[in-house]
Design a protein around this ligand. Structure first.
Ligand code: URA
Ligand code: CA
Length: 433
């Protein structure tokens, strides 16, 4: 087999066989196929696409390009959740303890990553003492005991994806549904999930800004999962404005605690109940989505979800008393209100720009080397559709610098008020199974 022939075949719109796809991924991973040929191939896929079978084979070839995690020593069906990313998305912090409290094992491998705030691990590290440096054996033991543990990414998972994603980034080939779908799914499958719940976001703060693109991506990922024997379902949810109120690391931990008590923002709570019901259902702990939802609602009401969070934090060295006393979380030196300049209705809170404002405060990393400030961030006091009076607070800004004119300006520019009544956006657009 020669790579040049396979590039030509894809360029001319033909489907590749399983063997051809394996040849490409193996060759690219071990260096036999150079970047310039892989770039041409990625561009051919960008224009010609891949059918469902090719996409599934491409995914599995990437899964097998490196190590895979074996979670077979954990009892029960391991369900993972993946979000395509957004602003102030606190769902993972809530969902872990919430579904664990009804007996679903959550073996979470998580990252720090770049973005408006830190990743799940950064957020959790705002709990004093909490750490993710645990051995594989300890990780599995903790999941069996508490149904929940979080470990940092380690090992050589999906090296083909790592290399290809970096290449796509500089060859204008990121935006291809089969390439995105296989990239995301290969990582989830390599991390050992038996079943996968996807939260595909759409809107200004999302990777897929348009609803139709988000749906197409969700369908492609669900198709891959189901073809390779990992039951997969997807939700398409709104990310035109940030999710919940809090955007920032310790602030989101506080928001997760509130939500586990049933006192969190309504949109965050609803999305967690919907995603969580799918997780419980796929884990076969309930025979219908309705039953699953009732179980989760009960776990919030009777305090077992909150207890699961405390147990999890303590098991990984964290000070679980933050749950009852969140003032023990890192606190910012300055708390500043952003006051509305006029009466009206909130018409728009541009998610990605608000995320950038949080990053200006130091809540996220601009580059891999940046350090993040766990205490800082934003708490929205109004969401789209809310009425507001001149002088009322739109946002509470938690800062460790006194001068924040840049942040205030960014916020004013991206929170648009209207004199007319505005409808709150739909939270969940679609479900795909
Ligand atoms: N996220 C991924 O992990 N891969 C892609 O290709 C795009 C987004
Ligand atoms: Ca939030």
């Amino acid at each position: 087999m020669r790579m040049v022939d396979l590039i030509e075949k894809k360029r001319d719109g033909y489907a590749l066989t399983k063997e051809e796809i394996q040849f490409i991924i193996q060759g690219y991973t071990n260096g036999a196929i150079p970047d310039y040929q892989m770039s041409a191939f990625a561009m051919a896929v960008f224009f010609q696409g891949m059918n469902d079978e090719e996409t599934a084979e491409f995914t599995m070839a990437m899964v097998h390009s490196g190590e895979t995690i074996d979670l077979s020593k954990i009892d029960g069906i391991k369900v993972d959740k993946h979000s395509t990313g957004g602003v102030g998305d606190t769902t993972t912090l809530v969902l872990g303890p919430l579904v664990a409290s009804v007996g679903v094992p959550v073996a979470k491998m998580s990252g720090r990553g770049l973005g408006h705030t830190g990743g799940t691990i950064d957020k959790l590290e705002s709990v004093p003492g909490f750490h993710v440096e645990i051995s594989n054996e300890e990780f599995i033991e903790l999941v069996n005991k508490n149904k929940l543990a979080v470990v940092g990414q380690s090992g050589n998972l999906t090296p083909a994806d790592k290399k290809l994603y970096a290449l796509r980034d500089v060859t204008a080939t990121v935006n291809s549904i089969p390439l995105i779908a296989s990239s995301i799914m290969s990582k989830k499958i390599a991390a050992g999930a038996d079943a996968i719940v996807l939260d595909v976001k759409t809107g200004a703060g999302a990777f897929m800004k348009e609803l139709d693109d988000a749906k197409a991506l969700a369908k492609a990922m669900v198709e891959i999962g189901n073809r390779v024997g990992r039951q997969t379902m997807a939700i398409i949810s709104d990310m035109s404005q940030p999710l919940g109120y809090a955007i920032g690391n310790a602030l989101e931990v506080k928001e997760a605690i509130d939500t586990l008590k049933g006192e969190g923002p309504k949109d965050l709570q609803e999305l967690c109940l919907v995603l969580g019901s799918h997780m419980v259902y796929l884990a076969k702990k309930a025979s219908s989505l309705e039953e699953a939802r009732h179980m989760l609602e009960r776990a919030i009401e009777d305090g077992s979800a909150l207890e699961a969070f405390k147990r999890f934090l303590a098991a990984q060295g964290g000070d679980a008393s933050v749950v009852d006393d969140p003032s023990k979380l890192p606190q910012a030196n300055y708390v500043i209100e952003l006051e509305a300049k006029e009466d009206g209705y909130v018409a728009e809170i541009v998610a990605d720009e608000i995320g950038t404002a949080a990053m200006l405060l130091g809540a996220g990393r601009a580059t891999k080397e940046s350090t993040i400030d766990l205490a800082v961030g934003l708490v929205l006091r109004k969401k789209v559709g809310d009425a507001v009076k001149k002088g009322e607070s739109l946002v509470t800004i938690y800062s460790n610098r006194e001068q924040i004119d840049d942040v205030k300006q960014k916020l004013y520019e991206n929170i648009r008020l209207s004199s007319e009544r505005v409808q709150a956006p739909t939270l969940i657009y679609d479900k795909i199974s």
